[in-house]
Write a protein that binds this ligand. Structure first.
Ligand code: ATP
Ligand code: MN
Ligand code: MN
Length: 371
């Protein structure tokens, strides 16, 4: 009360409090093991199992204390037979043999390598793997392979894009996007979203929501920003998707479906920056700039709160929030709207707080949504 907290696990932690202190390490071992297994299911396009392990990892992450025995995890939600078996093995032996086998498995290693390229998903990785390819040089030397533009750019900037983006770089990019937006549309509003709005130290890209105070003004906003970035010589790659948003549509219960706002997936040239921990395969090292992935999405201003809540993440948090809305409240939530099935009406919101209130949930800040 006044609402139920989505991640409320106090019932569990209370029952754990009697125990003696232990190494925190074990939980990380289990989480890492779950992550490897989830990744492998993703490579094999077994979405259900993948999600089960991601969810289990997320549950462990939310626990304020370490896990010591299987008995302690009995009442935890989202843990199935397989996840429990892995956990038990790690608790007993300090390692999971299934995971170790995977880590040294040629197929897993190759998929991990290939899917680390921008524009290469499990399907392409599978095609290349079945074609006998095992390394980047083999892929690049194979004349029968046609790389699409995204993959070409992915290989070209592999070293930069596979490196992490820092908070400082996210800040510089914020200023750049801010200026590009306001140079063309003075009233434009830019908000940092994604991992960096959850106070993460590093990210794989930087996400922004851009909109205008006037409804409809957002329609030309992205193309204008893209033009401006191009004029400044910053645009290395742009994959622009115009809006397909339909105000009459009910929110989609499927989380994995992309939202319908105009958006673009960019690679920008960021001056005065260097990649840390990246591998350079195509370019020299002392360039004084780096390539970085940036996502821009531009919802109409009256959908701003839904877009912000949807893009703030984490993905697991978003999934759980939608599931909670549907299962516990009879409401449909997505990046565009909230629909109350009991009253058969859309619920308007101008802030994230409004949406939490509609759902009867206590508001939590983005940094508390790192599920
Ligand atoms: P990272 O540091 O890895 O970038 P992140 O949380 O920012 O972490 P992203 O993949 O950038 O992860 O996604 C940010 C948010 O944007 C997620 O919550 C996701 O739901 C949303 N999102 C990403 N791509 C799309 C898309 N195409 N359509 C709708 N929502 C998307
Ligand atoms: Mn991101
Ligand atoms: Mn993103």
């Amino acid at each position: 009360p006044p609402g139920v907290h989505v991640l409320d696990i106090s019932w569990f932690t209370d029952s754990m409090r009697e125990g003696k202190p232990v190494a925190v390490e074990t939980r990380h071992l289990i989480q890492d093991a779950f992550e490897v297994l989830a990744e492998n299911y993703e490579f094999n396009e077994m979405d259900g199992s993948c999600l089960a392990f991601r969810r289990a990892a997320s549950v462990l992450k939310s626990l304020p204390m370490a896990v010591r025995s299987l008995r302690e995890t009995q009442d935890l939600p989202c843990l199935g037979e397989h996840t429990k078996a892995v956990m038990e093995e790690v608790l007993r032996c300090g390692r999971s043999f299934e995971v170790e086998k995977l880590l040294s498995d040629e197929r897993y290693q190759t998929f991990k390598l290939f899917t680390s390229v921008f524009g290469v998903g499990p399907k392409t990785a599978d095609k290349w793997y079945r074609g006998g390819l095992r390394s980047f040089s083999e892929v690049l030397a194979d004349r029968s392979i046609h790389l699409n533009q995204m993959q070409q750019i992915g290989f070209l900037h592999y070293g930069d894009i596979s490196g992490v983006v820092s908070k400082a770089e996210a800040r510089s990019l914020r200023n750049i996007i801010d200026e590009a937006a306001r140079a063309t549309t003075p009233a434009a509003k830019v908000a940092l979203t994604g991992g960096f709005c959850r106070e993460k130290e590093f990210g794989h890209d930087v996400d922004f929501i851009v909109t205008t105070p006037e409804l409809g003004g957002e329609e030309t906003l992205l193309p204008k920003i893209i033009d401006e970035l191009k004029k400044q010589g910053m645009l290395l790659y742009c994959d622009y998707h115009p809006s397909t948003f339909d105000i009459n549509k009910l929110p989609s219960p499927k989380f994995e479906a992309m939202d319908h706002y105009a958006k673009c997936f960019l690679i920008l040239r960021l001056e005065g920056s260097r990649v840390e921990g990246g591998l350079h395969i195509a370019e020299g090292d002392n360039r004084g700039w780096r390539a970085v992935r940036v996502d821009l999405v531009s919802p109409p201003v009256d959908r701003y709160a839904f877009a912000l809540l949807g893009w703030s993440g984490s993905r697991q948090f978003e999934r759980d929030l939608r599931r909670f809305a549907r299962a516990k409240r009879g409401m449909l939530l997505d990046n565009h709207a909230l629909y109350d099935k009991n009253k058969n009406e859309f619920l308007a919101a101008s802030t994230e707080k409004d949406i939490f209130a509609h759902l009867g949930l206590e508001y939590i800040e983005p940094w508390q949504r790192n599920a």
